[in-house]
Design a protein around this ligand. Structure first.
Ligand SMILES: *Cc1c(COP(=O)(O)O)cnc(C)c1O
Length: 399
């Protein structure tokens, strides 16, 4: 303990002196992330590409990866695109001990003209910088990283599978690589991007899931980091998921606080649709961004589309708290219409039941189908934009 404390103090002193030297150094010596400095080393042993029906989410990767090192005193090094392969890191690196790790998830699509499109990449880049800042890792010029990712996409273009439901999942990641066990600000980092060809999350259209409302474990809390995409948020969620699975539920519906507010589902945002039996008005509800909710790009897309396209005389779009007891009571009065999760991997994931307090709350589905009508509508709206069937400024074409 004492040595750790001493170490901390030492780190602080060291930090102060580096801060001083930082201000002394002219900013031109600290290099910004610069896509014009990109170096490319092509893979001499290209893989054979898997047929579409053999793609499993996040199991196979393209021939190349993008890596960019960062050092506190020199800034961002030249970005490199090189053969996909192992990293070599000192086992004392801070990523392995104190979870200096953050990630993003976004997709690139091939459109009908064989062009590559990234969906709302600006939102992911912005969120990546927010996550980095929260754990004292460096931020970067988002446009420059986007350009480097574009180059990776061009080089691995043949890995982007074609067809509705198919895409290339991109995983930008940043880790602290400072060697040594002192707990402090990392002075070295590695940003890298790997890419995995993926198919539709559910092979045969939608597959509605059963959730277990979870109140004995908490995914995120006020003042915590649940709104950042940090690796540290995910490992602790697997055990509750296994417990739910042992009782026949695929995912956790994370509740929070004595009120039992519904927050998120598994690693997706949560949406529910109600219908007021007196006024006939329908309401699309999701939790407000109060710091405990991951700011999903899909969540944001759904809210924008719903506000823009749903009939205002029939619909209310709400970012508000909703408790599990509200869902129970609205289910009893027939006012619960639909529920679904949202996220990049599945886009929308319909929910057919929620286990709570020893009973299942059934969520209606379209007759003979695996989702409700709004869930289906939203999935189509988003797919049209992702594949460029409908043009929008949410697509960034890689040229
Ligand atoms: C990534 C993630 C989401 C979904 O975010 P998208 O940007 O829509 O992919 C939602 N909740 C959690 C906890 C997440 O990690």
């Amino acid at each position: 303990m004492f040595s750790l404390l001493k170490n901390n103090l030492f780190q602080q002193v060291k930090k102060q002196s580096t801060l001083k030297s930082f201000t002394r150094m002219s900013s031109s010596q600290i290099a910004p992330l610069d896509s014009s400095k990109l170096r490319i080393e092509l893979n001499k042993n290209p893989k054979t590409k898997l047929p579409n029906d053999q793609l499993i989410f996040g199991q196979s990767f393209t021939d190349h990866m993008l890596t960019i090192e960062w050092n506190e005193s020199t800034g961002w090094s030249n970005p490199e695109i090189k053969p996909y392969g192992n990293l070599s890191l000192d086992p004392s690196c801070c990523v392995f001990h104190y979870s200096f790790e953050l990630f993003e998830g976004l997709k690139a699509y091939k459109d009908s003209k064989n062009q590559i499109r990234m969906f709302r990449v600006d939102k992911n880049m912005e969120r990546m910088n927010k996550s980095a800042t929260r754990i004292c890792l460096p931020s970067f010029d988002t446009e420059e990283l986007t350009k480097c990712i574009g180059e990776l996409l061009k080089i691995d273009k043949d890995f982007i599978p074609e067809g509705r439901g198919y895409s290339l999942y991109l995983r930008p990641t940043m880790i602290g690589t400072t060697a040594g066990l002192g707990v402090g600000t990392p002075d070295k980092a590695l940003l890298y991007v790997i890419a995995s060809p993926v198919g539709p999350y559910y092979k045969t259209g939608f597959k509605a899931v059963k959730l277990e409302a979870t109140d004995y474990a908490t995914r995120a809390w006020p003042g915590g980091v649940g709104d950042k995409k940090l690796g540290a948020n995910y490992a602790p969620c697997i055990k509750p998921q296994l417990e739910a699975a042992s009782r026949g539920y695929q995912q956790n519906l994370w509740l929070f606080g004595p009120e039992k507010n519904v927050t998120e589902v598994g690693t997706m945002n949560f949406f529910v649709v109600f219908k007021d039996s007196k006024t006939g008005l329908k309401e699309l509800v999701t939790a407000p961004l109060d710091g405990t909710i991951l700011e999903g790009v899909t969540r944001d897309s759904i809210l924008s589309l719903a506000r823009e396209r749903l009939n205002k005389d029939e619909w209310i779009i709400s970012e508000r708290y909703c408790t599990i007891t509200e869902i129970v009571s609205k289910s009893k009065t027939g006012e619960l219409l639909e529920a679904f999760g949202s996220g990049t991997a599945a886009v929308v994931s319909p929910i057919k039941a929620i286990g709570y307090d020893g009973e299942d709350i059934d969520v209606p589905l379209l007759p003979g189908e695996q989702s409700g009508p709004l869930t289906k509508q939203i999935a189509n709206w988003i797919a049209e934009l992702q594949y460029g069937d409908v043009e929008s400024d949410w697509s960034r074409i890689v040229a």
